[in-house]
Design a protein around this ligand. Structure first.
Ligand code: CP
Ligand code: NVA
Length: 313
């Protein structure tokens, strides 16, 4: 059973097809095939969401399927029913799961114990749907209608701020998978969890990134400057300390000027203008944040269509 829990659940050889499918869904929106016809996909969310929830609900519908949104606290999982039993029961009813939660082990267990494909819609460890959509956003610009995935090879992304967060981790995996270079800058002490380092080693990507505490050094020769919130969901108690230590890592027009002259600015959103990035950069000519947001829909439809080819209940 193929799942999408991390970027490397797709082999490099599968990426051209996946990215091509996203381009096809984007250019033929409303007129393409409906590979989820007759299927219901449950979406179990334990955290807030705007983009991920809406793009998956719209995407499943546009592919002919029925999305079923389940807030964790509205189902028995929120009252202590086990992940294993939830996976086995839902496998009897629905054709796939889209899951947003805290502990990455939960999405792994749902995948291991169920009989249907599971898509990671964000855990504390990884956010792979975001990174594949972002990579597609870059490939659309750089591939110019030709080789999408190949256009990413050798490009450099600089991630500034909370370098231990899910989006940073996922970009490290994604950059290595896609043949991109990645340099991260952030304060010491906010490193990736040991769990992520172990994952990198298992995937053969140990040492596949540069880390510095100097933001200007990270963005040198970068094609993309990327940031994310300083206080991810679940870290709210650390807000004051995080703002204090991360404030030297704000993406400003001056920092953008230290990257390549045509460097793009990206942010997964939601943004906190005045913290990780200035309003001027968010609204500036190099910002492609809303293309990123839109492409969540098209790339996730490509992922859904790929996983839906498998046997359902
Ligand atoms: N970027 C992202 O995943 O946004 P949401 O939290 O709104 O889904
Ligand atoms: N790192 C952020 C991403 C939100 C899409 C968080 O986990 O809250």
């Amino acid at each position: 059973m193929k799942h999408f829990l991390k970027e490397t659940d797709f082999q490099p050889s599968e990426l051209d097809t996946l990215f091509g499918l996203a381009r096809e869904f984007k250019s033929n929106r409303g007129h393409h095939a409906t590979p989820l016809a007759g299927q219901t996909w449950a979406m179990i969310f334990s955290k807030s969401s705007t983009r991920t929830r809406v793009s998956f609900e719209v995407g499943i519908h546009e592919l002919g399927g029925n999305p079923m949104f389940l807030n964790r606290n509205d189902i028995q999982l929120g009252r202590g029913e086990t992940i294993a039993d939830t996976a086995r029961v839902l496998s009897r009813f629905v054709h796939g799961l889209v899951v947003r939660t805290f502990d990455h082990a939960e999405v792994q267990q749902l995948a291991d114990m169920g009989a249907i494909p599971v898509i990671n819609a964000l855990t504390d460890l990884l956010h792979p749907c975001q990174i594949f959509s972002d990579a597609f956003t870059l490939a659309e610009r750089w591939g110019r209608g030709g080789d999408l995935v190949g256009s990413l090879r050798g490009r450099k992304i600089a991630f500034i701020g909370d370098r231990g967060c899910n989006v940073a981790n996922s970009w490290i995996l994604g950059a290595n998978l896609l043949g991109m270079k990645i340099s991260l800058a952030g304060p010491p002490g906010f490193d990736a969890a040991p769990e992520f380092d172990q994952l990198l080693v298992r995937e053969g990507f140990s040492g596949g990134y540069e880390f510095t505490t100097d933001a200007a050094e990270a963005v040198r020769n970068a094609d993309v400057v990327y940031t994310d919130v300083w206080v991810s969901m679940g870290k709210e108690e650390e807000t004051a300390e995080r703002i204090r230590v991360m404030s030297p890592f704000q993406v400003t027009p001056a920092l953008m000027a230290a990257a390549k002259p045509d460097a793009l600015f990206m942010h997964c959103l939601p943004a906190h203008a005045g913290q990780e990035v200035t309003q001027e950069v968010l609204d500036g000519p190099r910002s492609i944040i809303f293309d990123q947001a839109e492409n969540r829909l098209h790339m996730q439809k490509a992922i859904l269509a790929t996983l839906a080819q498998q046997r359902g209940p």
